[in-house]
Design a protein. Structure first.
Length: 536
């Protein structure tokens, strides 16, 4: 497709310049953002003191008496997750592998950043430390940058690709989710000068010729070595590809000519980045034994800390897991006794967020604010219960004891927590869904009557009563006599607001305290700290 033809296409509103400047202003009608300064945070390596709610610097310090969830534990990260690069020295060359970020550009922080791994800020900090020590790096990513679709995912994708460019990534594979986004989002990441970062042997594009969107393989020269790198999208994902701008080819079929080209190029190392299952990556390695190293993310947590043998070939498999929690570093040494060493690196709290990535996060949150909920495609949906939210203060007018207990928990400060973070996140639907009242926590959209804005919907700030018990408008109207109901109808409404411990244990709490945000959540441990019963 020519540039002239491209100019005639209907562009989506998220198509941004590669510089990543926020181009959008305004909010949905009737929604005004609070006048809150968004400062660039000071990066510290120490773990923050105990606070109320999620994030690394929430609203209210509750480290003293009466803290609902206790003090954050002090962690020795080397003891917890292992030492790294022991007895390595400086390698001739280090290849850094990553993949399957799945949208986790930063750890959630809801259970304390000290308890979580991952984040582009920590990754950049690691790379900067290695560069400072004089290491020559070749950074490679297998793709899988986002896991959701929609405008917010598109914004996140562009920011993440900009981050990989800042980190000097020389090859980035393609995952199914980024290929499902509007193609314009990927085109927006291609620099006006210089090469596209995208490499994939078995996904071609109508934009490859005019825009150099991706190449089938790349030869990287570093430390006197020629490194041939290619990537594939796995068969299972490829069968789901429905974007007409891309064409999927069977991985084995596409790799045949690429492997021949890498042989012609007389590469010292041949690398395959597989955005696929571990089983398919091993199968491809067996079919093409010319590859020295095959990297696939997989779903193991933690992934293997060793280079794994591949049956029928001298090649080795690198497994990295998901959510960008680890990177793998392959060190090449001028050492006949141990020419190759491998280190799985957990991206934990030993690595502070880099200032560059913190600035990226500020720009990302600024862009979400500029778009507003409507600009992100989010409009309030009717709640399945058919009624609206009234806010926890209204609940507390009758349920006084329960309200007083709730007020002392981090739940009562959940939205405030987002506002007072070093990089505020109170315009981020992925955070608001569990940090405000009246949202669908797993799908990230508001219900009618739920939280929309700090000022206009102040009564539904926080993670309030109705997130568990359901919207209370009909219940309040019935109890106050605003509607005429018989005893059976009145009791039916009361029953609909009640939750048994068994129901809460199985479903309600886990909608926010899930594996992503609260991996260590245990109902039996947490419930006594918020326990409340009945009307008073």
């Amino acid at each position: 497709m020519s540039r002239r033809e491209l100019n005639g296409r209907p562009w989506t509103p998220i198509f941004l310049a590669a510089a990543g400047t926020a181009l959008f202003t305004g909010c949905p009608a009737g929604i005004q953002p609070p006048a809150i300064e968004i400062p660039l945070p000071v990066i510290q390596q120490t773990v923050a003191k105990p606070v109320s709610g999620g994030g690394d610097q929430p609203a209210t310090d509750q480290s003293g008496e009466g803290a609902a969830y206790g003090k954050k534990r002090e962690i020795d990260f080397e003891e917890e997750n292992g030492k790294i690069f022991q007895n390595w020295g400086r390698p001739r060359l280090a290849l850094v592998f990553s993949g399957k970020l799945d949208g986790y550009i930063e750890p959630c922080g809801c259970t304390g950043l000290e308890n979580q791994k991952g984040g582009l800020g920590r990754r950049h900090s690691l790379l900067q430390q290695l560069e400072k020590e004089g290491w020559t790096l070749v950074n490679l990513d297998a793709g899988g940058i986002v896991r959701r679709l929609g405008p917010q995912a598109a914004i996140k994708y562009q920011r993440a690709i900009d981050a990989l460019k800042t980190m000097k990534y020389q090859a980035v594979g393609l995952g199914i989710r980024e290929l499902t986004l509007p193609t314009e989002e990927m085109l927006a990441t291609i620099p006006a000068e210089g090469q596209s970062p995208f490499v994939c042997a078995n996904v071609s594009s109508i934009f490859d010729e005019d825009f150099k969107l991706r190449v089938a393989y790349r030869i990287i020269q570093a430390a006197g070595l020629r490194i041939g790198v290619t990537a594939v999208l796995g068969s299972e994902d490829g069968r789901q590809l429905q974007n007409p701008d891309f064409q999927f080819t069977d991985p084995a079929q596409a790799l045949q000519p690429v492997v021949a080209k890498l042989e012609e190029e007389k590469c010292d190392l041949r690398i395959l980045l597989a955005h696929s299952t571990i089983a398919e990556a091993k199968q491809l390695a067996g079919q093409f034994p010319a590859f020295d190293y095959v990297m696939a993310a997989g779903d193991s947590d933690p992934p293997s800390d060793r280079l794994l043998p591949i049956e029928g070939t001298e090649g080795r498999l690198i497994e990295l897991g998901y959510k960008g929690m680890y990177v793998g570093v392959l060190g090449l040494f001028d050492d006949d006794q141990q020419p190759v060493r491998y280190q799985r690196v957990p991206l934990d709290g030993r690595f502070p967020d880099s200032p560059a990535m913190t600035a990226m996060m500020v720009a990302y949150q600024d862009q979400l604010q500029a778009q507003g909920l409507a600009g992100l495609g989010l409009r309030p949906s009717p709640h399945p219960a058919g009624t609206k939210f009234v806010g926890s203060e209204t609940c507390g007018e009758c349920h006084t004891d329960a309200y007083e207990i709730w007020e002392k928990t981090p739940h009562a400060h959940a939205t405030e927590t987002l506002v007072k973070l070093p990089v505020p996140r109170h315009f981020d639907p992925e955070c608001l869904s569990c940090h405000a009242t009246g949202w669908e926590p797993q799908e990230y959209y508001p219900f009618v009557g739920g939280y929309l804005d700090w000022k206009e919907t102040a009564h539904v700030r926080a993670n309030g009563c109705e997130n568990c018990h359901g919207p209370g408008e009909a219940h309040v109207a019935a109890e106050s006599g605003d509607v005429e109901l018989d005893d059976q109808q009145l009791e039916s409404l009361r029953t609909s607001m009640r939750i048994t411990l068994q129901e809460a244990r199985k479903m309600d709490c886990a909608r926010c305290h899930d594996l992503d945000n609260s991996p260590d959540f245990d109902f039996e441990t947490y419930w006594p700290k918020v326990e409340h019963h009945g009307k008073n």
